[in-house]
Design a protein around this ligand. Structure first.
Ligand code: DC
Length: 225
């Protein structure tokens, strides 16, 4: 699709867990009349289906077949995405710890990733989209108009995540530890590991408020527009 027929920019936001990508994506999307797409929710949806159908997280072929037999829909809402798996609203369930762990494991398989990337391109190719994940700027949309890599120190990310989900029966330090393990898996997997694209602009949110992060992102967008 040529730039002139696009509905708007493709804005890619990547980074580790708990950096604040979903909130930033939702706020930017709202400000520009774009849609926000949380790609992690798709890996979470497949992970939930694997849990329910007792498919091994290590069996890439079976997971790909499971994905191909699934309909995963993301419906952009003001703060997050409503996530539908084969028509069922699983938005809350996929935030639980067992699905979080499983999502990190199902996402290592190249076949699963290819399937996800193809769906994500379909969702974003018309433009007017803020897509967030781990490989958006490197793999899904290497020609994205704007690429932001949002990071923060692990302790800060862990404590933010803990505040988001205080009902989860774990201590803050356990959340941080779990996040470190997940980051390690996301950063070291062979297929599209989490890394900043060469042309991504980095924002370190360790010492920034949400409003400051949004302001920084808006400056980046304004410079590129
Ligand atoms: O962003 P999240 O925490 O909902 O992502 C869940 C898992 O999915 C995470 O461990 C990494 C993986 N993921 C991925 O590999 N690629 C993406 N584009 C998004 C998420």
């Amino acid at each position: 699709m040529s730039a002139s027929t696009k509905r708007g920019l493709v804005i890619a936001i990547d980074g580790p867990a708990g950096a604040g990508k979903s909130t930033l994506a939702a706020r930017i999307a709202r400000a520009h009349g774009y849609i926000n797409i949380e790609t992690g929710a798709m890996y979470r949806a497949l992970a939930l289906k694997a849990i329910r159908q007792d498919v091994s997280f290590d069996d890439g072929d079976a997971l790909l077949r499971l994905a191909e037999a699934s309909t995963i829909k993301l419906e952009p809402e003001l703060e997050r995405n409503r996530v539908l798996l084969d028509g069922e609203n699983i938005s809350e369930r996929i935030r639980e710890q067992d699905v979080t762990d499983a999502a990190s494991r199902v996402s290592v398989h190249p076949g699963v990733r290819e399937w996800m990337v193809a769906r994500q391109r379909e969702m974003g190719e018309a433009g007017g989209v803020v897509m967030e994940g781990r490989d958006i700027g490197t793999k899904v949309f290497p020609n994205a108009d704007i690429k932001i890599f949002l990071d923060a120190d692990p302790e800060v990310r862990g404590s933010r995540r803990f505040k988001q989900n205080p009902h989860v029966a774990t201590e803050a330090h356990a959340v941080t530890q779990e996040m470190r393990e997940r980051d390690e898996r996301d950063r070291t997997r062979a297929s599209s590991p989490l890394e900043a694209a060469n042309d991504a602009i980095k924002i370190d949110s360790t010492h920034l408020s949400l409003d400051e992060v949004i302001a920084e992102a808006e400056r980046i967008i304004a410079r590129k527009k």
